[in-house]
Design a binder for this molecule. Structure first.
Ligand code: ADP
Ligand code: ZN
Ligand code: ZN
Length: 748
């Protein structure tokens, strides 16, 4: 006998309130999770509808007392039907409870007062506006200048867009309103009448030949009813976004909807504006700063058919569109597409599953595709398109120089700036052009150790070394623990304790020492900790308020700085020591992106890559922007080790506050899995590693043990995950947490 758990009121608060029904024989083979069914409810057996959340053979109560499902009413157009099926797929694939999977895909319903839509309109005529603009420039009122420039172009702007993406504060807007430069309209006029923002004849660029080839290739297939996954491999600035928009135009015209995923970090005002200009008010955006209520509003608008293009990070995938035609994932290689809470889904795979539920296509785009996507493209699972040139003629690729840091040291240069970088910096500062310095680490980052006894200062709660910060303070980057500087070793009392390795703070100091006249901005996790700081630093630099921007990963992604003509990568191989199988890939991506930052507006750009490993293929391939060469070398290593994408990997993490308990649990779980593997006919298919300590053994006083399973057959890993879940449910223990990660992206 089979039973179905049914929810009759689908909302976040009610997800655990399911009712169990018997599945009658006639429905046994056709009922699926996500189906909409009618059931008798309550004493009077009133007929009501609900969704099937789970099918099980375990009755929760006396099976004799359970009622039967009446019929399946599935209307495949129902949005919830598809989202529940997607949640079920995620639960199975990635390992989580159905409730967690549902909470991930269903919008949070909160009763919120309907927000007024406000807009900002320009009140000056053109001449007066330009006079005012000149005044703002003279007075260095950069925020006002920015807003006014945008208003001159657009005449009317969405209030929230201005505050969130243009990063203009409310007092600034108020001040400008007092000056009669603009008015804030507190009406919904914007939505109904101001269709003026959209003008496709005006804003659509004419695609060049290479772009046209790709766009029409995909559109032709789409018109023929062919649905597939496409990978567009094109360097930054090669015109991928224009291609997306051309195809989106076609899909929207057919009355279907589109989801565009963009990493949060590149969800910039400029990007969003391009979509608004082309598609007007049928576009909506999501970003992490929206409240749950605001997010819910956007989802409601999508459900009611008021919008047809949703742009946002990973979670925008779950926009409840009725008839999805296309999902675009820009910068598909980004790590942020992998969720780090249960279920640990990957947006790329989940998008492909969602697309198949809707009969939609998927377009992936990247300058440095993930090994996964490129591997599948070469295996003809995805269709591959390549763009080799930048779309704008005047944009030329920068010249790349490699500096061997070992040689610098041999020649007596102990500075973190090689001679070439230093002389190019001088040159740019003289010319008034901008410089970016990229370091893939924050803080001093170096650990503090004792040269007498080797003792390393560690966090008392986490198994990581503490990082040295300004003023000698020591910080844990995992739990936030902080302590004052050490002057004597706590183990041997030696005074030879200290740490000195390159970090962004140290780079800043050194730049100030070498070039006292240069103005310097630093961007890393410490300087961007407060809300809005990230954008403030970026816009200050974009407004040329500083000559040099120093930073970590954050500075190399998504932003266009036309006056940057020199990019210095201080220690390129730093990220090669990441310790997991993706560190070469990550390094290649970062270096390629960083190299692409210099020389964008017709000015000649230079990139200096400083490294201790000038011969490593991740470094040399990035220097020549040769993706294929990197891929060919890297895939050999992956296939030798059976790492993804050639093989698959399931990481099982066992956590407990009690180390011995975690250890024992991991051992017996591994034993149970081993028995399953041995008992199977496909015994050779699976390799087990562990149990072992996670590379970070302890975080926040919780010990972490790992079991890794590798196999070429992903379904095999899914079924082993099921076995482990079963084991966990039988050997339930509140003091132990067992979680799963399929094809992990970040190391443990
Ligand atoms: P990507 O998404 O690959 O980084 P974009 O689509 O953003 O590239 O294009 C880079 C720049 O080139 C943008 O400013 C865009 O407006 C411009 N551009 C793209 N295609 C064309 C074209 N066919 N003609 C003129 N300009 C173009
Ligand atoms: Zn010591
Ligand atoms: Zn800690």
């Amino acid at each position: 006998m089979k039973y179905a758990n049914i929810i009759v009121n689908i909302s976040h608060e009610n997800l655990d309130k399911t009712f169990q029904y018997v599945i009658p024989d006639r429905l046994k083979d056709i009922l699926n999770v996500g189906d909409y069914v009618s059931v008798p409810f309550g004493r009077g057996n009133k007929v009501i509808e609900g969704y099937v959340l789970e099918i099980t053979d375990k009755p929760e109560y006396d099976p004799g007392k359970l009622k039967e499902i009446i019929e399946i009413k599935t209307d495949s157009r129902l949005v919830e039907h598809k989202l529940i099926r997607l949640a079920y797929w995620m639960k199975r694939r990635y390992g989580s409870t159905m409730i967690n999977a549902l909470k991930t895909v269903l919008p949070i319903k909160k009763i919120v007062k309907e927000k007024e839509e406000r807009s900002i309109v320009l009140r000056l005529d053109e001449q007066a506006a330009y006079e005012r603009l000149e005044m703002y420039v003279k007075k260095h009122q950069t925020a006002r200048e920015r807003l006014l420039r945008e208003l001159i172009n657009e005449k009317e702007l969405d209030y929230r867009l201005v505050t969130s993406k243009l990063n203009i504060s409310a007092p600034t807007i108020n001040a400008m309103e007092k000056q009669d430069v603009l008015s804030v309209l507190k009406t919904r006029v914007y939505r109904n009448t101001a269709k003026g923002t959209k003008d496709s004849t005006d804003t659509a660029v004419k695609l060049n030949e290479a772009q046209e080839h790709i766009a029409s290739g995909i559109i032709d297939e789409y018109r023929q009813g062919i649905r597939g996954t496409y990978l567009i491999h094109g360097i930054t600035g090669s015109g991928k976004t224009e291609i997306y928009m051309e195809i989106i135009d076609e899909v929207v015209r057919e009355g279907k909807q589109v989801i565009v995923l963009i990493p949060e970090i590149s969800l910039t005002y400029q990007t969003v504006m391009r979509f608004y200009k082309r598609f007007g008010e049928q576009v909506s955006t999501l970003h992490s700063r929206l409240s749950d209520g605001e997010k819910y509003d956007q989802f409601e608008r999508a459900k009611k058919g008021q919008i047809s293009v949703m742009i946002g990070p990973r979670s925008a995938l779950f926009t409840p569109f009725e008839d999805l035609g296309l999902i675009v994932i820009d910068e598909e290689h980004e790590n942020t597409y992998k969720s780090d809470s249960m279920p640990k889904y990957h947006a790329r795979e989940t998008a492909i599953e969602l697309a198949s539920l809707h009969g939609a296509s998927v377009i992936l785009g990247s300058a440095t595709p993930s090994l996964e996507a490129y591997y599948r493209a070469l295996n003809n699972e995805y269709k591959l398109f390549t763009l080799n040139r930048r779309a704008k003629d005047e944009a030329t690729l920068p010249e790349v120089h490699i500096t061997d840091l070992r040689q610098e040291l041999k020649d007596g240069n102990k500075s973190m700036f090689g001679r070439e970088l230093k002389s190019l910096m001088e040159d740019r500062l003289n010319k008034g052009e901008q410089i970016m310095l990229f370091l893939n680490r924050r803080g001093y980052a170096g650990f503090v150790s004792c040269r007498a006894c080797g003792h390393v200062m560690k966090c008392p709660h986490c198994d990581v070394s503490l990082s040295l910060h300004e003023g000698g303070r020591l910080k844990c980057h995992y739990c936030g623990y902080e302590r004052e500087a050490v002057s004597v070793c706590p183990e041997c009392s030696s005074k030879l304790i200290g740490g000195m390795r390159a970090g962004t703070e140290q780079v800043e100091k050194e730049v100030r020492k070498l070039f006292p006249y240069a103005s310097v901005l630093r961007m890393d996790a410490d300087t961007t900790a407060g809300k809005g700081n990230y954008e403030k630093i970026l816009s200050a630099f974009a407004n040329r308020e500083a000559d040099v921007l120093i930073g970590t990963q954050m500075i190399v992604k998504g932003h266009d700085f036309p006056y940057v003509t020199l990019m210095g990568i201080l220690i390129a191989d730093m990220s090669l020591n990441g310790g997991d199988y993706r560190s070469a890939e990550r390094t290649f991506q970062l270096l390629t992106q960083a190299a692409g930052r210099a020389g964008r507006a017709g000015l000649k750009g230079d990139v200096v890559i400083q490294t201790y490993k000038p011969d490593h293929y991740a470094v040399t391939a990035a220097a020549t922007q040769d993706y294929r060469r990197f891929y060919d070398e890297e895939i050999v290593y992956r296939s030798l080790m059976e790492y993804p994408p050639v093989g698959h990997m399931l990481a099982i993490m066992i956590e407990s506050g009690d180390e011995e308990m975690a250890d024992n649990y991991a051992k017996t779980l591994a034993e149970a899995l081993k028995n399953d593997i041995m008992g199977s006919l496909q015994v050779k298919d699976v390799i087990m590693i562990g149990p072992t300590d996670a590379s970070i053994k302890k975080i926040n006083d919780i010990y972490r043990k790992m079991i890794y399973l590798k196999s070429k057959d992903q379904d095999r890993l899914v079924s082993l995950k099921d076995k482990a879940e079963e084991y966990r449910d039988i050997n339930r223990d509140k003091r132990i947490r067992v979680t799963f990660d399929q094809d992990p992206v970040n190391g443990y």
